[in-house]
Ligand binder design. Sequence first.
Ligand code: DX5
Ligand code: ZN
Length: 217
Amino acid sequence: MAVQISPSILSADFARLAEAAAAIPNADWLHVDVMDNHFVPNLTIGLPVVESLLKATSTPLDCHLMIEDPDRWAPAYAEAGAGSVTIHVEAAKAPIRTLRQIRGAGARAGLALNPATPVEPYEDLLGEIDMLLVMTVDPGFGGQKFLDVVLPKIRRARTLIDGHGGQVWLQVDGGVSAQTIERCAEAGADVFVAGNAVYGADDPARAVDGLRALAEK
Ligand code: DX5
Ligand code: ZN
């Protein structure tokens, strides 16, 4: 699978989200971090902002729901037009039903694992998802330090996905930068979220190209 870059608008100026999207026409996705101050200790944006963003950009939205009740909310993001909707296994009470609802509404379905959550118990769900997100920081904030301790799990996830036919994308999120992206790619990731490494750069589009080149090496 070709490398894909999904810059996180969490590190952009929330008063200028349309400009933040326009600044990176070379990105494959726009990563939208939805936080509810319950699943994670931070509060960001929700469905109304996603609906506005969908009108403001043609870049597909990669919505990462860090919320306590994804079963209730995830289908609405898919119905609104998000290209991809990811829920956390630690939060979902009925993940199979919710993943099927996301797909039924025409979006790609993603399942996210926190750094301390093992991947093996979810092997049987690979047929229900289009993307597995292995978090490389504990979720909640941009600009955190990449957790090397997660690299073996990325490798195990790659092995499970390949054993399953290989169509599921493997995303990493948290602390992904020019210093860490090669380690993630070498471990088997193919979709890379980057917040600070893109929106903290003087030229965000150039940062996207730089990350892509490193991941493709
Ligand atoms: C963290 C979010 C990430 C975050 C990544 O909880 O899920 O998407 O925005 O930001 P960086 O790349 O700065 O770690
Ligand atoms: Zn995220």
